[in-house]
Design a binder for this molecule. Structure first.
Ligand code: SAJ
Length: 435
């Protein structure tokens, strides 16, 4: 069985099913289709399946090459889309790329989507199939959740009747296709055979290192790399708050610190959003044994979660300086996506800011060139506003001259606005003494 499957993957004779057609699954499905495999995409959202069947790309924002590739592989008949899991029955490879959020209160993994996909797949799992989980998951999830559900629902045994691997995604909005081809990947095999088969598969699309290891190591590597970034950003944010309190400018400080070798201070800013950094650190420590007590990781999460609330404080302070109260003020929030030039609003820091300002009694209007409900003319949106807050470094906002915004108070949470003109910008991370 193993040799036959290896040859079929090598010769692209296997059909690939990709479960979950979001920011991870859709690009993966398209790239394997372009590489010459027959691919079926499975998603529970009818509308999305319908769009893809028309060759339309449901992902917005600046995503180089993706819309064209969806149209091409659908036109070539290499990619089809469905809501039916029966399509997995004759698939030799099944890739799972569903969301894996954490509970906002308990910080525990919420695996509803993952469990549902595993149960549905288990009912249609065939002997010899290679199942790969690309979603980011907590350490020990492959052993404690994925394997048991698939074995229970299929009646087959992992490692004996089918193969199981974890190959965590490393996608990033704005470079989805690029990262898939050029980022090194970690392949965690439940067994050496599973690792070998997955290696053969990813060789068809990845032009970078492919490192084969075990599932636990792969789970820890992915959650650690995002926790690492989150902690680095939290450090930069803490220094930004310190500089404000000392009357210094964190941007100047960062510039000079990063001139020192082996220093790479990240960008402080208005918050950390997305489907990865706000939850992967919690996944990393989710299954840590009783005795282990994480201190740094939760502390970093608290600092980063506090940044949009700090921006609210800067707005309140700015309004006070011009003799206005936040209650009854009209405030424009510029940027609602969590990342520049993307339409992705998952765990967006702007959502936290908007909620806070409304709680304080402000009327809030939102503008975002990529997020459909908030698109439209910026000047129009700013009309009659008492303050404008820049939350996302979209290209459209870069080099905006604050004076042209024509509002009494401007807060820049991402250091993208021009300096100068008569308008003094309140910049996150810069204290007043720098007047
Ligand atoms: N951010 C900062 N300061 C920084 C960098 C980012 O405040 O110096 C903020 C961003 O504004 C955004 C959030 O953090 O709100 C996340 O930004 P990101 O650039 O990390 O974007 P993600 O979350 O889409 O991508 C991350 C990346 N992980 C790493 O770089 C370690 C990407 O490589 C992963 O593939 C992705 O998570 C994922 O899917 O896990």
């Amino acid at each position: 069985m193993f040799e036959e499957r290896l040859a079929a993957i090598r010769d692209k004779r296997v059909k690939i099913a990709v479960i979950g057609l979001g920011y991870v699954g859709l690009p993966v499905a398209c790239i394997f289709a372009r590489a010459g495999f027959q691919v079926v995409g499975i998603d529970r959202v009818e509308e999305k399946v319908h769009q893809i069947r028309q060759g339309l790309c449901p992902i917005g924002g600046k995503e180089p090459g993706l819309a064209e590739l969806v149209a091409q592989v659908v036109r070539d008949g290499r990619l089809s889309a469905t809501t039916r899991y029966e399509e997995c029955r004759d698939a030799g490879v099944v890739i799972i790329a569903v969301e894996t959020p954490v509970d906002e209160e308990t910080r525990r993994p919420k695996y509803e989507a993952l469990r549902a996909a595993l149960v549905s797949l288990g009912n249609h799992l065939s002997r010899g199939t290679l199942v790969i989980v690309e979603s980011t998951i907590a350490p020990l999830t492959m052993e404690r959740v994925v394997r048991p559900i698939l074995e229970e629902t299929s009646g087959l045994r992992a490692g004996k009747d089918f193969y199981l691997a974890h190959c965590p995604e490393r996608v990033q909005p704005g470079r989805l296709l690029y990262n898939l081809e050029h980022m090194p990947r970690v392949i965690g095999g439940m067994t050496p055979e599973a690792g070998r088969l997955a290696l053969e598969l990813y060789r068809h699309i990845v032009r970078a290192d492919l490192d084969v290891t075990d599932c636990l190591t792969a789970e820890i590597v992915k959650t650690t790399e995002n926790a690492y970034r989150d902690v680095q950003i939290a450090f930069a944010n803490e220094i930004a708050l310190l500089c404000e309190s000392l009357g210094a400018d964190v941007w100047r400080v960062r510039e000079l610190v990063n001139k020192c070798p082996q220093r790479d201070m990240h960008l402080p800013g208005a918050g950390v959003g997305g489907h990865c950094l706000p939850k992967d650190p919690w996944l990393l420590i989710a299954n840590a044994p009783e005795g282990f007590q994480a201190r740094l990781i939760p502390a970093a999460r608290a600092v980063n979660d506090g940044m949009p609330l700090h921006v609210a404080d800067l707005v309140v302070e700015g309004l006070r300086r011009v003799g206005k109260e936040v209650r009854g003020s009209r405030i424009a929030v510029l940027g609602y996506a969590y990342l520049e030039n993307s339409d992705d609003t998952r765990n967006s820091p702007s959502e936290v800011l908007v909620r806070k300002l409304r709680e304080l009694g402000a009327e809030v209007v939102i503008h975002d060139p990529y997020v459909p409900p908030y698109q439209g003319d910026l000047r129009e949106r700013l009309r009659g506003c008492d303050a404008a807050v820049l939350m996302v470094a979209h290209d459209e906002y870069r080099h905006l001259n604050p004076a042209e915004l024509d509002v009494p108070v401007v807060v820049d949470g991402r250091r993208v606005l021009e300096e100068g003109g008569h308008q003094r910008v309140i910049r996150l991370g810069r204290g007043d003494r720098q007047g």
